[in-house]
Design a protein around this ligand. Structure first.
Ligand code: SF4
Ligand code: SF4
Length: 489
């Protein structure tokens, strides 16, 4: 008599219409797991997961979300921890003010950032996506948890959505979406404060709205985008929008560590049977996978990891926890789904440091040295001096020649800096127009007009190259060069 298959108790996972694949079918390669053959969206109802990775990720998310939301309020030397003020072209990273003049540093830092991502991903796959990406953290650790609290687990959510609209459903949905919208408003304002600073955001909130129309437009826009992202787009943001997810296929290789199913151990999959001993199961060629599909049911991107590494997988580890739970139940070793590379699964070898990773590390080291050099040689004060537009020379009553210049001083520090200009290579008078002294305000820019007066005899030619020293506290910071125009002799 054929032994009757038994259901594993307690995780009774119902067959989801979202995941119709059976073992051996290959059509998962032809379409997204969350879209049907016509391209229509299939809503994913991931089952709530519990386990050690989920617990660690929860702790990590508390820390990272606390940093993210408090970031705009944290000040280092009076400057924001992070400010990307593209409007005023002012940037602050770890309390250091950067200006457009520091663009070369920014370019190297960006190169370094992308290089690090490539190297990191080559070795550790999408660890970033699962553990630190704000989209995943907010979706899985904030919005999803709220959804579970209001609408309960996957089956209850599916049933609620299938119901016709009634008073209860309207109340539940309104309540959930009101919370989602409020959270999106907070997230949108947090992003805005990283761009314009908390002080400006406070002014927009408290002042007459008519004075801050553009600020309010961005506030509404960001809120709407985040609401749409977390209430509707969800896993589609990772699948269609995120560029990092897009270039994974070009970065990952067989030695990259990813969340992987050990097909050697798991296949051929088959349900447990009460009357089948482990020996009988082995003899029949049945692997450790009991085909319970819990790994599929918990996946927030709707894929079956047993089909291999797929672009939708954000390495959230939910399937690891789910499968470990099953392995405990069926008294098999954990790790049928685990962090592993394809090679480690195929050969049983340890993670290897490949030649490609070696070259990436060399390039990364060179970029780090370049960035360190640029940061080390970065000056506190940036000065430019240009002839006043449209102005030619002037002749004074005493027969001297005058040229008018515009000086711009950028102070990148957190203190006011007095700046003095001196003629270095030729005799003459350098007069500051208006103010007696240039005081460059902290983290700001000052512009001044400077008149240089010279004796025609010292000029010798119609044009003379001038060297002007920029001093502060008696210390020369820089030498500027400019042209002085006089009459042809
Ligand atoms: S891999 Fe694990 S969780 Fe997934 S179907 Fe097999 S036994 Fe179940
Ligand atoms: S396959 Fe596993 S790790 Fe990848 S997204 Fe799904 S649950 Fe997360």
């Amino acid at each position: 008599m054929t032994p009757a298959p038994v259901k594993i108790n307690p995780p009774a996972v119902e067959e989801s219409p979202v995941f119709p694949l059976k073992s051996g079918q290959e059509d998962f390669r032809d379409h997204l797991a969350t879209a049907d053959k016509q391209g229509n969206r299939k809503w994913v109802y991931p089952k709530q997961v519990k386990g050690r990775f989920y617990r660690y990720r929860t702790y990590a998310s508390w820390l990272l979300l606390a940093i993210m939301f408090s970031g705009p309020f944290i000040r280092i030397n009076g400057n924001p921890l992070l400010l990307i003020n593209v409007v005023e072209r002012r940037f602050s990273v770890l309390g250091q003010i950067f200006w457009p003049q520091d663009m070369i540093i920014l370019a190297v830092a960006l190169l370094l950032f992308f290089m690090s991502i490539i190297i990191f991903s080559t070795a550790f796959g999408r660890l970033w996506c699962g553990w630190t990406c704000p989209q995943t953290l907010l979706m899985e650790m904030v919005f999803r948890k709220i959804e579970y609290a209001i609408e309960e687990d996957a089956n209850a959510q599916r049933a609620l959505d299938a119901q016709p609209w009634n008073g209860r459903k309207i109340r539940i949905k309104l309540f959930k979406h009101a919370i989602f919208f409020a959270l999106s408003f907070i997230i949108g304002n947090t992003l805005l404060s990283y761009i314009i600073g908390t002080e400006n955001l406070f002014v927009i909130i408290t002042d007459n709205p008519l004075h801050h129309v553009s600020g309010l437009v961005f506030m509404v826009l960001f809120t709407g985008i985040f609401y749409a992202l977390f209430a509707r787009f969800r896993e589609q943001a990772c699948t269609f929008i995120c560029p990092y997810g897009r270039f994974q296929s070009a970065i990952l290789d067989e030695n990259s560590m990813v969340v992987a199913y050990d097909h050697k151990r798991g296949e051929t999959r088959g349900p447990l049977s009460r009357s089948q001993t482990p020996e009988m199961r082995k003899e029949a060629g049945t692997g450790d996978c009991v085909n319970c599909r819990l790994c599929v049911a918990v996946c927030p991107t709707g894929i079956d990891i047993r089909n291999g590494t797929q672009m939708e997988c954000v390495n959230c580890t939910a399937c690891i926890d789910a499968c470990d739970f099953i392995m405990d139940k069926v008294k098999k070793p954990r790790g049928l789904i685990r962090y592993a590379s394809l090679n480690t699964i195929e050969t049983g070898e340890k993670q290897r440091f490949t030649a490609r990773m070696g070259w990436y590390t060399v390039i990364l080291s060179a970029l780090v040295c370049g960035l360190a050099f640029l940061l080390f040689t970065r000056t506190d004060v940036e000065t430019t001096m240009l002839r006043a537009p449209g102005a030619l020379f002037q002749k004074t009553a005493e027969g001297k020649i005058e040229n008018l210049y515009t000086v711009k001083v950028i102070n990148k520090t957190n203190r006011d800096i007095p700046v003095e200009l001196k003629l270095e290579n030729l005799p003459g008078n350098l007069k500051l127009m208006g103010a007696g002294q240039i005081i460059a305000p902290k983290a700001n820019l000052i512009q001044a007009s400077v008149l240089i007066e010279m004796d025609p005899a010292t000029l010798g030619n119609a044009n003379a190259k001038l060297k002007i020293g920029v001093y502060s506290g008696g210390k020369r910071l820089k030498i500027l060069t400019t042209t002085f125009i006089g009459p042809r002799l």
